[in-house]
Design a protein around this ligand. Sequence first.
Ligand code: SAH
Length: 244
Amino acid sequence: MHPMTAKIRLFVDHPLAQAQSVPLDRDQANYLFAVMRLSVGDQILVINGVDGEWLASVTAGSKRGGELTCLEQTRHLQTPPDLWLIFAPIKKARTDFIVEKATELGAAAIFPVQTDFTNSERIRQDRLQAHAIEATEQCGGTYVPQVHELQSLTKVLDTWPQDRYILFCDETKVGETPTPFDQLPKGKWAILIGPEGGFSDAERARLHAMSHAFPISLGPRILRADTAAVSALSLWQMTLGDWT
Ligand code: SAH
């Protein structure tokens, strides 16, 4: 085996199990055989977001396709804590960044939302989901958070599940003494981050009135939405999540 090849981690949309054969599509074949120059007998790691991580060997390979065969499970599925990230999409590269970092930092699901001051009207859900997959391949994870379609914040709040708290990152609280995260209740959570323009007065009033929502400050400076997302995810994971 080539010493580098075990480092390749590939996401496949196929069940993984002992001796399971996994067909490769054109893009995967191109990556493994043309770019990474693997050949029959080489081994890689595969994940599918459900069955953990498996060591697999190349059992067929051409320019247009190929096949892997699972040898043994190398990791069980490790699901992150039940934490959602809800955010208003911003510029393309920064939105991509938020999805990538949320995946690495262990968000269980990602919800782009349209708020009163959101500037981007559309997102490419499939592209964002592909970013989450790539981030999972790269960070050693076995779970891929689902990136949902864009929906309005109003609709999300209208159907808010009664058993989930909201960490409402409220820019008007900038400079206030930060909420001690370790005093927040344990359980299911969602982090809510606003767009570049922040939240409207109506949105803020609605969130402040929700008994599930905890408005918090992220320190003495106004952060960009992407920085705010990374900071809030890190703080939450460290006190209420799986970094403890
Ligand atoms: N234009 C707004 C700032 C928006 S920052 C203004 O000048 O007031 C984008 C988002 O990041 C905010 O909606 C909020 O969710 C979060 N955020 C940024 N800095 C924050 C802080 N210090 N405390 C709490 N949330 C913050």
